[in-house]
Design a protein around this ligand. Structure first.
Ligand code: 5GP
Ligand code: ZN
Length: 116
């Protein structure tokens, strides 16, 4: 295992080393429920391969797989028609707290804009 896989919380979820409620997966990504949901539907979609953020993600094919799973889990959770938000925070000013690329999928209520 690489160092990131041992220490990174989302790598550990990908590896099954710590529990999460998995709601979808494909060859490139897994989706699970956020531990501290900010909306009735709050899922995280993360690439299986560790990369710190969108700023460092260079595998375009893997990114396509991640976004495909975003769309799939949104539909599976019944928010595709009403609408939903996809967010990826990058770095300190972006509000990123877990340094493994992830897309938040938020829905099930009307969301405010702009975010804080
Ligand atoms: P960020 O602030 O980096 O954009 O988002 C990190 C998200 O990961 C937060 O919404 C936080 O609630 C969630 N999170 C942090 N640790 C865990 C964990 O161990 N399990 C799950 N399911 N979510 C987590
Ligand atoms: Zn990781």
């Amino acid at each position: 295992m690489s160092n990131a896989a041992e220490t990174c919380v989302f790598c550990r979820i990908v590896a099954g080393a710590i529990p999460a409620t998995i709601v979808g997966e494909n060859a490139d990504a897994i989706a699970f429920r956020d531990l501290a949901p900010q909306a009735p539907v709050h899922l995280l979609v993360v690439p299986r391969a560790h990369t710190p953020s969108l700023a460092t993600a260079t595998d375009a094919a893997a990114l396509a797989g991640v976004l495909s799973l975003v769309r799939e889990v949104a539909a599976a959770h019944g928010v595709a028609e009403a609408g939903y938000r996809v967010v990826t925070n990058v770095g300190a000013d972006g509000g990123q707290t877990v340094p493994h690329l992830h897309f938040h999928v938020l829905g099930g209520r009307a969301l405010h804009w702009p975010p804080g």
